[in-house]
Write a protein that binds this ligand. Structure first.
Ligand SMILES: Cc1ncc(COP(=O)(O)O)c(C=O)c1O
Length: 446
């Protein structure tokens, strides 16, 4: 029998710290039930109110969840350790990893020439007194957003999309507030929502984006924010269509109590047009990261929004991290201005498109309907994630189990196409088909 982790402590802070230590050390695995409040109180010789306070603090920080009569459990993705990584099947030696959701490093623009050019013109060191947002960078960012129909009079910069979304949620919401998120949706966002002590409400996604009914229900349930992925939705590849954008704009029009956040992480890499929702509500923000087209290590996103929202984010940053390095802003500006880089990004987008549609077609000829209108992933509904993920791993391919991305959505697997070459498409599709239809039990052969 497994040894039970011994929770200790005589105050609520000590008890919650002890649970957190157990989670971090892997002694309390995701999903593990915690002792009932009264039982633990008796065991530790403290009052039930002390234990209840400890559990409440853990709940607000997103480490545990309480489900009525089912008691309190360690959250499936507690935000104190690399849980999502732990849920990823470890690629066995010799397997190809299609589980990560990263862009293909072979398709990212080289930074060397831009860094060299920057070195030649960088000028004297910049101090604290310099502006946070370089006027040349801001002008280029505004032009690029305006060209896609995003009103970008007010903008700021953040350290990537997730940093921007975190700042937005913190600026507008309080722990316990509900956030409408796509379901299935980006695992890091689900982790962030939990880490901030917010409550996720899952909104179903079809190929055209979050469904109208799902958004309507989430708003009716009291969502204070809605996060929508414009294109290359992770994991389904959905892209908000013109029609869906129109319907959602109408649905959300004038809602003063809802923060609308759009995440356009695919940006210049997307091969489908942008249909923004920006400005549908008084409080809105549109976040465009440079991670996917230009490289995740740049850690930069442009954030446009209404005046109050942008100044809250920028103002809060000023009393914290301060600003995003002007060296980084200049580097991104240099990449934006370079026609050869633009061409490379365009070709990379086409390449992902070819790999994705190629795999979808190969699956379709095997009777499998995968989803993936845009981006670098495809989503395949499956009846049993574990058996399919395991069978694929045994066949030499690591894919991500849908459990990483789902709240209430049905099971599936996510296959990242960025690591695939043309020659891989048929073997991957064959392996998926076999994993879904295991051979009927046959006669034993010697
Ligand atoms: C939906 C979504 N948004 C944003 C990002 C990138 O975010 P960041 O700019 O923080 O690297 C990703 C990366 O996988 C993503 O899947």
């Amino acid at each position: 029998m497994a040894v039970r982790y011994q929770i200790s402590g005589s105050t609520s802070a000590a008890i919650s710290a002890s649970v957190e230590t157990g989670i971090r050390a892997d002694a309390l695995a995701p999903g593990t039930p915690l002792p009932a409040v009264r039982a633990l109180a008796t065991e530790l010789g403290v009052s039930p109110a002390t234990v209840a306070r400890a559990y409440q603090e853990l709940r607000q920080r997103g480490l545990v969840v309480t489900a009525g009569r089912h008691g309190t459990r360690v959250r499936p993705r507690p935000p104190v350790a690399g849980r999502r990584a732990a849920l990823h099947p470890r690629p066995a030696p010799g397997t190809r990893d299609l589980s990560q959701g990263y862009p293909d490093p072979r398709l990212l623009p080289p930074l060397g020439p831009h860094l060299a050019a920057l070195a030649a013109e960088i000028g004297p060191p910049v101090g604290y007194a310099s502006t946070a947002l370089l006027p040349t960078f801001a002008e280029a960012a505004r032009d690029r957003l305006a060209a896609d129909g995003v009103p970008a009079e007010e903008i700021t910069v953040t350290g990537g999309a997730l940093d921007g979304i975190e700042r937005l949620l913190v600026a507008h919401l309080r722990p316990g507030d509900a956030v409408a998120v796509e379901d299935p949706g980006w695992a890091n966002l689900l982790d962030l929502v939990a880490a901030l002590g917010l409550r996720p409400i899952g909104v179903p996604v079809d190929d055209d984006g979050p469904t109208e009914a799902g958004v309507r229900d989430a708003v009716a349930l009291g969502a204070r924010a809605l996060v929508v992925t414009s294109r290359a939705q992770n994991p389904t590849g959905a892209a908000v269509s013109a029609e869906r954008a129109g319907a959602l704009r109408e649905l959300l029009a004038g809602r003063p109590d809802l923060l609308l956040v759009e995440d356009d992480h695919a940006a210049e890499l997307a091969r489908v047009p942008l249909h923004p929702l920006a400005g549908a509500t008084p409080a809105w923000a549109f976040v465009r990261s440079v991670s996917k087209p230009f490289g995740p290590d740049l850690r930069l996103a442009v954030l446009a929004g209404d005046e109050a929202t942008v100044s809250r984010v920028a103002g809060r940053a000023r009393v914290g991290a301060g600003w995003v390095s002007t060296v980084l802003q200049r580097l991104v500006l240099s990449l934006w201005r370079d026609p050869a880089t633009a061409e490379l990004v365009r070709r990379s987008g086409e390449e992902y498109e070819r790999r994705r549609t190629g795999l979808l077609a190969a699956l379709a000829t095997r009777g499998l309907a995968g989803r993936g209108r845009s981006g670098i992933n495809i989503w395949l509904p499956v009846p049993d994630e574990t058996s399919v993920v395991t069978a694929l791993r045994d066949a030499g391919w690591s894919v991500a189990p849908g459990a990483l991305y789902r709240i209430g959505a049905g099971p599936g697997i996510r296959i990242t196409v960025s690591a695939l070459d043309d020659a891989d498409l048929v073997p991957v599709a064959d392996a998926v088909a076999r994993a879904l239809r295991p051979a009927p039990p046959g006669r034993f052969t010697a």
